[in-house]
Design a protein around this ligand. Structure first.
Ligand SMILES: Cc1ncc(COP(=O)(O)O)c(C=O)c1O
Length: 434
């Protein structure tokens, strides 16, 4: 596991029993790079020397690595997570006038992939406790023109697939998992992306497995979809200059693949570090008596939550004031997402109005993402929570407990994802349940 020391020159300020740092970033990608610098540079140099810059053996090897790691037979890389969603819907034949049910509380690309094909996004409500799409509302929103549903495994937590898969099956529509934020998350021991008909992932630099630029990939257990995706990502061309269908140009750069192969080897450890950070936060929030003032995120008992984001809820209209205080104290935060998709200007023509999805709209007003990246130090976390306590006028009580131990994973199975089997083999017990 990778650890980082704080810069020694960091000026510290006392609050209660904690030493508060002068700043904490929302992300620190430079720390990850500092550890992997030589390996990453070596990988880039090797690609430059090879003169092969698009697809090629590195891309094929990355697809094989991911297939083994996620326990899914087909992995097809592409140029971004947004393209992955577009390609998935194209492979399923979604077109003009078709309806696709998806949450409004997600990144824009989930819906824009639908509209780019002339289809209509039908927005479903979220469960206010998890921020994930509410299966009951998905069922209500499925009409005769529905051709697919797209659950989003938001913030690193798998949507309720126990409920969603039967709903889709009953309606006779495929499930496209938007797993852009949830690489290595599981549901009853199976990885997200291997649960529905096709999974869509992003290598955007802030994701748990981020490239040094854009990139993405798709997963599927279905041979027919895999074949369609391989064709669609290269202009429907097979063989060269013979176009079987109209596809798009969405190939992964070789440099991205070479760098991502280096990073993939660390992803499981980084995920464990995120989980450790969650346990520390929960302890710190409790020590400061903040639990009644902010709503903390919960773990997923049916699978592995990979914590791409640690999102708290600040009720009572105080979210923006808290964010302002944290900004003043140089603590990085973000709002995912301030305007739900059904209220975006570009979707006005669809006729949605404020009040149509009250839980989604309230979440957009109350949620705040805090730093959760793997290399975050305990002093940085003390500072984040100390500053929040300062805002609410709360002092710390007692020293933080060490992070709890014990695996939060379902029992690894012989045919499960590779990382679960590897954990079993080495008898790891440093996962935390939060
Ligand atoms: C939920 C979700 N879907 C889709 C995407 C699109 O991925 P990309 O940025 O790689 O196009 C993202 C990335 O931000 C995302 O968070």
């Amino acid at each position: 596991m990778i650890r980082h020391e704080l810069p020694t020159e960091a000026k510290q300020e006392t609050f209660g029993d904690a030493n508060l740092l002068p700043s904490v970033g929302l992300l620190a990608l430079d720390r990850q790079y500092a550890v992997l610098r030589e390996e990453i540079r070596g990988a880039i140099e090797r690609v430059c020397d090879s003169g092969r810059f698009v697809l090629g053996p590195d891309v094929a090897d990355l697809e094989t690595d991911l297939s083994r790691e996620l326990g899914v037979p087909h992995v097809i890389s592409c140029a971004s997570g947004s393209d992955a969603l577009l390609l998935a819907l194209m492979a399923l034949g979604i077109g003009p006038g078709d309806e696709v049910v998806l949450p409004s509380y997600t990144f824009f690309a989930t819906a824009s992939a639908v509209t780019r094909l002339g289809a209509i996004p039908v927005f479903a409500e979220i469960d206010p406790a998890t921020y994930l799409v509410d299966p009951a509302d998905v069922a209500r929103k499925i009409g005769p023109k529905c051709r697919a549903i797209v659950p989003v495994h938001l913030f690193g937590r798998t949507a309720d697939m126990d409920a969603l898969l039967p709903i889709a099956r009953k309606a006779g529509v495929p499930v496209v998992e938007d797993a852009a934020q949830s690489i290595l998350s599981t549901w009853h021991g199976r990885c997200s992306g291997a649960l529905g008909d096709v999974g869509c992932f992003s290598f955007y630099p802030t994701k748990n497995l981020g490239g040094i630029g854009d990139g993405g990939f798709l997963t599927t257990t279905r041979d027919d979809i895999a074949a369609a995706l391989k064709l669609l990502r290269v202009h429907g061309m097979e063989p060269r200059y013979y176009h079987q269908v109209i596809g798009i140009n969405s190939r992964l750069d070789t440099i991205q693949a070479a760098v991502l192969r280096v990073k993939l080897r660390h992803l499981d450890d980084w995920t464990t570090s995120r989980q450790r950070n969650v346990a520390r936060y929960l302890d710190l929030f409790a020590r400061h008596g903040l639990e009644g003032l902010v709503v903390l995120p919960t773990d997923e008992p049916r699978g592995r939550h990979v914590w791409n984001q640690f999102v708290i809820r600040v009720p009572g209209g105080r979210r923006d004031a808290l964010r302002g205080h944290l900004t003043t104290c140089k603590v990085g935060t973000e709002i995912y997402y301030p305007i739900p998709l059904h209220l975006q200007k570009c979707f006005e023509h669809l006729g949605w109005k404020k009040g149509d999805l009250p839980e989604t709209e309230l979440a957009a007003e109350e949620t705040l993402a805090l730093p959760i990246f793997p290399e975050l130090t305990v002093d940085e976390q003390r500072t984040v929570v100390g500053r929040i306590a300062e805002f609410f006028g709360k002092a710390a009580r007692g020293e933080p407990k060490p992070a709890a131990t014990g695996s939060g994973h379902p029992s690894p199975t012989a045919d499960g994802p590779h990382f679960l089997r590897r954990m079993n083999a080495v008898g790891r017990a440093d996962e935390v349940r939060c």
